[in-house]
Design a protein around this ligand. Structure first.
Ligand SMILES: *Cc1c(COP(=O)(O)O)cnc(C)c1O
Length: 463
């Protein structure tokens, strides 16, 4: 399988090069040249596989150039039961009128572990093979950073620099990041919003000389390997939720950067019979895009679900490629418009198509608290504020039924303040959080400014 950029200037590159490039050199995002198609027989076969094996079967269809055994080993290291606090990896439970898929059993208690455990091992594998070093730079609204750090800590030939918006990530998220002692990990507490942090990271990647000299690599959801790892669990969750393989299941996805739901979109295009519901918070650029074709950037508003406090959803560009029928020119034009006018208008046939692809709904902070209470009242089960956005969408769209699975993207104990406001008590802390108590923390304060961050990276690597 070869990869190309959504903007059309990068073509015919290998899977490994796509992973190492992160953002394409023309500013676009990388996609596979074609999407593997699965028959009903494939699906039946997949439904009988354990997680690691399923991951192998899905991923190998997108990868050439890695020997079978090597790929299986990278996957096994990533999804070994030791990395998860349950042998089930992703339990699917009934709560209230719906089902919940718990994607938070990895080391940082958020779904991003599902992709970043894999990415860490994949980077290490590729770097070793090529005898190269890499400096990972990423922006985080909270969970990506800690998951990236836990994916990369202690890995050979890799350093990781993570920027997060100061005061806009939860205490626990910050503690998870800053308490990691490995010498290849650097946390940057930046003055600015998540979008400012992300713009800074993008600026560094667009500095091609710096990118080459320092071997910059990405871990945010623009990296294709992350999407790939996430495609796998749509299959896994579908098989756990469905009565008969072939029936349709609704999957509701708390959405920020559009990475998670885009993986679901690819799974559906491969032949998985799912309907996708896009759940947002008050930063509702994506629900406006689906409902009215209005993808226009507003100011980011802080909400109860900070990992979704995003306006420009970087992976939306990948979807635009398919929406525009595979026209890189149209994608490049739309992205240029987004840069100049701060908006993309989706009209006519395209508006019809996006509405066939997604159902969309957004939740206010009041909705989030109400859903946390509702699910607790019905089932004595505590959901986190991001998952609550999904549950809100399920109820608002009148899809609350056992055929609907809401993706639980974080453990509720990561957001104890919101849970306490909603329920009057704090959720019980799992071992992974208790352990952080009293550990020394280390992070570097600076502005979300490309030059300042660049100097910091250069001096850190000298030291
Ligand atoms: C990152 C994150 C999201 C948003 O996922 P995207 O792939 O960016 O859409 C939702 N919930 C939680 C808890 C997250 O960490």
């Amino acid at each position: 399988m070869k990869y190309f950029s959504t903007r059309g200037q990068v073509k015919d590159i290998s899977f490994e090069d796509a992973v190492m490039m992160g953002l394409a050199e023309d500013g676009g995002l990388l996609l596979p040249a074609s999407l593997p198609q699965l028959s009903e027989r494939d699906l039946k076969h997949f439904s009988e596989l354990k997680y690691e094996r399923l991951a192998y079967e899905v991923m190998r269809r997108f990868i050439s150039g890695i020997p079978e055994n090597d790929l299986m080993e990278v996957i096994s290291k990533s999804y070994s039961p030791q990395n998860f606090d349950t042998p089930e990896i992703i339990p699917v439970v009934k709560a209230g009128d719906i089902k919940i898929a718990e994607l938070f059993h990895g080391p940082t208690l958020a779904f991003k572990d599902m992709a970043l455990q894999f990415l860490g091992n994949l980077f290490e594998y590729i770097l070793k093979k090529r005898g190269r070093r890499m400096n990972i730079i990423g922006a985080t609204s909270g969970d990506t950073g800690s998951a990236a750090i836990y994916g990369m800590r202690g890995k050979e030939n890799v350093n990781v620099f993570i920027l997060y918006p100061r005061g806009r990530v939860s205490h626990i998220q910050e503690r998870q990041m800053a308490s990691v002692e490995d010498s290849n990990v650097f946390c940057i507490s930046a003055a600015g919003s998540f979008d400012d942090c992300q713009d800074t990271v993008k600026a560094l990647f667009n500095d091609l000389e710096f990118k080459r000299e320092y071997g910059l690599g990405a871990v945010n959801s623009i990296n294709w390997a992350r999407i790939l790892a996430q495609i796998v669990y749509y299959f896994h969750i579908y098989f756990k939720a469905v009565k008969r393989v072939g029936d349709s299941v609704n999957i509701v996805v708390p959405t920020g950067n559009f990475g998670n739901i885009f993986a679901g979109y690819i799974a559906r295009r491969m032949g998985l019979p799912i309907k996708l519901v896009l759940a947002a918070n008050r930063n509702n650029i994506l629900t406006r895009a689906v409902k009215f074709g209005d993808y226009s950037v507003e100011k980011v508003r802080p909400t109860h679900s900070p990992s979704m406090d995003i306006q420009v959803a970087s992976n939306f560009e990948r979807y635009l490629y398919y929406l525009y029928g595979g026209s890189c020119e149209k994608v490049a034009e739309a992205m240029e418009n987004l840069k100049l006018e701060k908006e993309i208008e989706i009209r006519g046939q395209y508006l019809g198509q996006i509405q066939r692809d997604f159902i969309a709904s957004d939740a206010s902070d009041e909705d989030i608290e109400a859903m946390i209470r509702l699910i607790h009242d019905k089932s004595d089960y505590v959901i986190d504020p991001h998952t609550a956005c999904a549950v809100s969408a399920a109820y608002k769209m009148e899809m609350a039924s056992p055929d609907t699975v809401c993706l639980a993207t974080a453990h509720p104990a990561k957001f104890p303040e919101v849970i306490e406001d909603a329920l009057g008590f704090r959720p019980e802390e799992p071992e992974a959080i208790k352990r952080l108590e009293g550990m020394p923390e280390r992070s570097y304060k600076m502005d979300a400014d490309p030059d300042e961050v660049k100097s910091f990276i250069i001096s850190s690597l000298k030291g």
